[in-house]
Design a protein around this ligand. Structure first.
Ligand code: PDD
Length: 280
């Protein structure tokens, strides 16, 4: 397995960064996760647009041209045998000493990329659904940036595990549901998909964007609106969606069944549409 670090490919397990990297010391960096299906990048233009946006909002310079990014990703895919992969890209502000919160001028960003096998998606398995809990959203006010600082997400995931659940729906102090610990959330009521609007409290997910596109294309209602925690108990279906998990049904929330406690019909339909879309 290979990693690309600062301009060269090297064996992943031998790849090392400096302890003075601002990503390590300050969490001063951003990332992307890009799926590869059948050895082809999935929705790369959307991932690249979000990468550029994360860089702009954090004032980290883009180390590569758009073409150089594509060349790098394609070489990374080629170096690995798996038909389906997920590529992790991370850009930190770079190495700096002495320690200072204020970034030095003209740092060279650190670019790390490596790829992982993406397990085959099986409808029967995913259709069993997952157990989730609600959990306070302990994050900052710029969740629209794909920042590498993920401590609050990790705590939420760990709390879910402690409660014998697989994931957490995050709830802000104002009672609004934002997203999962590493996914966007959808509430289905009376055949319509509801999801929180894009703002600084959620990540603009690429899978979410595809769900919106497929909903619109197939005349399924898709509404972006605030979702109150109190609405979760009366949902027909709840879903999470991300690049690595695609679309997964939540079948119990806080140990209570969601709807009839099984993956719902709209999930089944959206799952199939998503599989077709991957092959387009
Ligand atoms: N996470 N919201 C959060 C907080 C996320 O971390 C993610 C993805 C998403 C979904 O975004 P997308 O559909 O573009 O993957 C929403 C990635 C997969 C991760 O951290 O591994």
């Amino acid at each position: 397995q290979w990693a690309y670090l600062d301009g060269q490919f090297q064996p992943l397990l031998d790849t090392k960064i400096s302890v003075l990297d601002r990503g390590f010391l300050f969490g001063d960096g951003i990332y992307e996760v890009v799926p590869v299906y059948n050895r082809q990048l999935f929705e790369w233009p959307a991932h690249y647009a979000r990468l550029e946006r994360s860089l702009a909002l954090t004032q980290i310079s883009n180390p590569l041209s758009q073409q150089a990014w594509l060349d790098l990703l394609n070489e990374l895919i080629e170096r690995h045998p798996w038909p389906n992969q997920f590529i992790y890209l991370q850009i930190t502000r770079g190495v700096q000493t002495p320690r200072d919160h204020l970034p030095a001028a003209h740092l060279t960003p650190t670019l790390l990329a490596y790829t992982n096998p993406l397990p085959a998606i099986n409808k029967t398995n995913i259709g069993r659904g997952i157990a989730a809990i609600t959990h306070p959203d302990l994050r900052w006010q710029h969740c629209d940036i794909k920042a590498i600082t993920l401590l609050a997400n990790v705590i939420a995931k760990k709390s879910a595990q402690n409660a014998q659940a697989q994931d957490a729906l995050l709830v802000r102090q104002n009672g609004l549901v934002t997203e999962g610990s590493a996914s966007n959330m959808f509430l289905i009521k009376d055949g319509t998909i509801h999801t929180p609007p894009l703002n600084e409290f959620i990540l603009p997910g690429i899978t979410r964007q595809v769900v919106e596109k497929l909903g619109t294309r197939h005349h399924v209602g898709f509404v972006e609106r605030d979702i109150q925690e109190s609405e979760l108990a009366t949902a027909d279906e709840l879903w999470l969606a991300s690049s690595t998990k695609e679309i997964i049904p939540i079948v119990t929330l806080n140990h209570q069944p969601v709807g009839n406690g099984q993956a719902g019909p709209l999930w089944s339909k959206m799952f199939d549409l998503y599989q077709d879309y991957k092959r387009e």
